[in-house]
Ligand binder design. Structure first.
Ligand code: SF4
Length: 479
């Protein structure tokens, strides 16, 4: 039986039922609906948190809403990354929580200049895609020296120079301990990894330092489950991450994919406790398996990472820093982790294209992320200086928002007011997308501004403004 969300009534029965509104909702039932849709958290109900007598109720609600795949937090000096917390096998059943974190490796035998360079690339990596900033998340420090002192020096150096969460990688508990000793709060690193040979020492370290622990059993799922059972049940660690191994070569990728899928299936469909933890994948392993051309190795690393991000890795460790390997990954992650029930939206408001002033044209568009991204990039490409008034159409594209009455005169009036547009421009002319032509009268009536219908395709904005944004034409328009 797969995981099922609790019903709003089930949740409502446990809430304080005072309808006090402190959660921002009109009543407890509305809050219960938000909770089961994962649009609010229990912490938003102050009475539940503040009244100690309600603690058992809070815990009961927490367990009813808990995901079958545990959520685990990794902390760097300034950045927190959450992994796992998954409820469903397929994104259309709800949505995937906590996008797969991407970690890039640093080896403790690298010189400091090289390490700084890698940290800089990782931290500065940023791709602006439909209004979102796509970034990398963590740094995995590998001990190739197997020397605790050397590892500790490099861990300290990375911690001093990076804000990102750290993954400490070695199968030698003495090396991991040396790394842990130099990390101070707020750092909460992930330890990689406990195996059938070192699990006692690793689990003891994870417990002592309150750090999450990876359990690795490449190619042996029975052993992985058995280690997970022992470490979580007998030793009492709950923050664990599982690694069934990454293989390449004949049958390797196919086995790997099946192993990750089997674990996630068992966690969500059969609610197997011992596999209900985030999955870590190490596509970086291809650098050991393959001895071919470096481009081919990077290509395989990217293929493996993309495949396992889709099924069902919550954290990836990679080596390559090439844009052509990382870009497809962050873009695919963005697509995979958007909520399929909601259009992707950007915040509404007034944006600048180039260097607009009080005489610059005002273009109107909607806050559907793709529309906004195309319009702003077309306007930038045409080298115009303009204001872009982004209307809150609940993430709908222009034609759909006109049909659905989301782009209305009233909405445009509110946007003009909240953006202070009247103080920014001297004229009173709005340029409406061609696909919203039929709203011209409605917007003129609601705003008192002259509305000019612009091109249907934003690629024509430059040519359109060249023809229309001329002093004599403006006089004509406002006459
Ligand atoms: S804050 Fe809590 S008690 Fe008050 S209305 Fe919201 S859910 Fe109900």
């Amino acid at each position: 039986m797969p995981w099922q969300p609790p019903s709003p009534i089930q949740i409502f029965q446990l809430l304080p039922k005072t309808n006090c509104g402190k959660c921002g909702e009109p009543n407890c039932m509305a809050f219960a609906v938000k909770l089961v849709n994962f649009e609010a958290t229990l912490e938003a109900c102050p009475p539940l948190i503040e009244d100690l007598k309600l603690r058992p109720i809070f815990e009961k609600l927490k367990s009813l809403l808990a995901p079958p795949v545990r959520e685990i937090e990794l902390r760097g000096s300034k950045k927190i990354v959450k992994i796992g917390g998954k409820y469903v096998l397929y994104r259309h059943e709800l949505r995937y929580m906590n996008p797969t974190a991407i970690a890039i490796d640093i080896d403790d035998s690298m010189d400091r200049e090289n390490i700084l360079k890698r940290i800089e690339i990782v931290e500065k990596f940023e791709y602006d895609y439909v209004g979102q900033k796509l970034k990398l998340d963590a740094i995995a420090i590998r001990s190739s020296s197997n020397d605790p002192k050397q590892f500790a020096r490099i861990v300290q150096f990375v911690a001093e120079n990076s804000v990102l969460p750290i993954i400490l990688c070695s199968l030698n508990p003495a090396v991991i301990e040396a790394g842990l000793n130099v990390l101070t709060p707020p750092h909460k690193p992930l330890l990689y990894a406990a195996t059938k040979d070192n699990w006692r020492e690793m689990a003891e370290l994870a417990k002592r330092f309150e750090a999450p622990l990876s359990i690795a059993s490449p190619g042996n799922l029975d052993m992985l489950v058995s280690l997970s059972k022992t470490i979580t049940e007998d030793i009492g660690l709950q923050d664990v991450v599982l690694d069934p191994g990454c293989f390449i070569g004949p049958g390797g990728l196919s086995y790997t994919l099946k192993a990750y899928s089997w674990i996630r299936y068992k966690a969500i469909y059969d609610l197997w406790r011992y596999v209900g933890y985030p999955l870590i994948a190490t596509p970086i392993a291809v650098w050991n398996y393959l001895k071919s051309d470096i481009t081919e190795i990077m290509w395989w690393e990217a293929i493996m990472a993309l495949t396992l991000m889709t099924r069902y890795a919550d954290l990836l460790i990679l080596h390559s820093l090439e844009g052509w390997t990382l870009l497809p990954l962050v873009m695919w992650r963005f697509q995979l982790y958007t909520d399929p029930r909601k259009p992707v939206a950007v915040p509404p408001g007034l944006r600048e294209i180039g260097k607009p002033d009080e005489n610059s044209p005002v273009l109107v568009t909607t806050n559907y992320a793709l529309t906004y991204s195309i319009v702003s990039s077309d306007a930038e490409k045409s080298k115009v200086n303009a204001w872009l008034l982004v209307i809150d159409t609940e993430g709908l594209a222009v034609d759909v928002s006109v049909a659905g009455r989301k782009l209305t005169g009233e909405k445009v009036r509110e946007a003009i007011k909240s953006s202070n547009l009247e103080q920014k421009v001297k004229h009173r002319i709005l340029i409406l997308p061609g696909k919203a032509a039929r709203m011209q009268g409605d917007i003129e009536d609601a705003t008192g501004w002259k509305v000019v219908v612009g091109p249907a395709e934003s690629s024509e904005i430059g040519k359109f403004l060249e023809k229309i944004w001329l002093p004599e034409k403006l006089k004509e328009l406002t006459a």
